[in-house]
Design a protein around this ligand. Structure first.
Ligand SMILES: [Zn+2]
Length: 297
């Protein structure tokens, strides 16, 4: 199968004219390494008209979307593919209400599906950053009257960002994690999930990084209001204004999903040709997340 490349909407709508076209695409990705029955592990099957596979031994039939993030998508695969295309290729902000109008689906339905897409956008945490890495903590969230940004009772969400620089000081990779506070214990996970022990890390002079410097190569310099961390501060500024424009209120439990979405696009801005295919592969690889987990998780 030829993968879909590029960001051209007309080419996209020509390639995916029907739900059937999408099922075909999913089935190629799902069974790219051959068929193996989910019930009995038999490897021979019949391919049905809707691209489902029926096991030759136990007759179990599996659809291309089963046990993927496309499982039982209510509004049809074609719309789901279009939403994936928009969310992976956009440089702007997409809200659930915008997608609900564009695709004629309920806003709540759009919101649920977008969370599934964000789940697929989550980092695998398999590729630790090395080289020059800047780390800084920040707050994000709506306006609150009478409460300064860093006040203890502020409802602003706290987060920490880590950015790997190119040789020219530009953005190579970027990750964000939400944190409960800015203690060493809360800051440590971003190091453990995303940074190699060989990375040459620079932070500001916040004391929370000092205990972590025992295990990582950290240099602490004055922030000068971000001037010493220009690339990182540009990204932090972008993520804050992105969240402020689309999501005037983002709940604590979902904010990490928005960070995933933002970083996924930043980290693939050099591979836009294949970003849609990459996202679909991730949607297929991820097990279906039930609504309950999205609401409670
Ligand atoms: Zn079987």
């Amino acid at each position: 199968m030829e993968i879909f490349r590029g960001q051209n909407l007309l080419q996209f709508s020509d390639r995916f004219k029907t739900d059937q076209d999408c099922k075909s695409y999913l089935s190629e990705i799902k069974w790219s390494n051959g068929y193996c029955c989910r019930k009995c592990s038999h490897t021979k099957c019949q391919i049905r008209k809707d691209f489902s596979r029926t096991c030759n031994r136990c007759s179990d039939t599996e659809s291309p979307g089963a046990n993927t993030l496309f499982h039982k998508v209510k509004f049809g695969l074609r719309k789901a593919f279009f939403i994936c295309f928009e969310m992976s290729t956009t440089t702007k902000s997409l809200s659930a209400s915008y997608l609900s109008v564009r695709y004629g689906i309920r806003e709540q339905t759009a919101r649920m599906f977008m969370h599934k897409v964000r789940e697929a956008m989550k980092s695998s945490e398999n590729h630790a950053m090395n080289g020059q890495v800047h780390v800084d903590e920040f707050v994000v969230g709506g306006h609150e009257q009478g409460k300064p940004g860093r006040s203890y009772h502020s409802k602003k969400k706290k987060a920490v960002g880590a950015l790997q620089l190119t040789d020219k000081g530009k953005v190579k990779r970027f990750y964000i994690l939400k944190t409960k506070d800015f203690s060493a214990k809360s800051l440590r996970p971003i190091f453990e999930k995303h940074l190699s022990k060989d990375a040459k890390i620079t932070t500001d002079q916040w004391k929370g990084y000092r205990p972590i410097a025992k295990d990582y190569s950290i240099t602490q310099i004055p922030s000068k209001k971000g001037l010493n961390f220009p690339a990182l501060h540009t990204m932090i500024h972008q993520v804050k204004s992105w969240i402020r424009t689309v999501y005037s209120w983002v709940s604590e439990k979902h904010i990490e999903r928005y960070f995933n979405e933002f970083c996924y696009r930043v980290n693939r801005s050099q591979s836009k040709e294949t970003i849609f295919n990459n996202l679909i592969k991730r949607m297929v690889k991820n097990d279906n997340i039930y609504h309950r987990q999205i609401i409670c998780g």
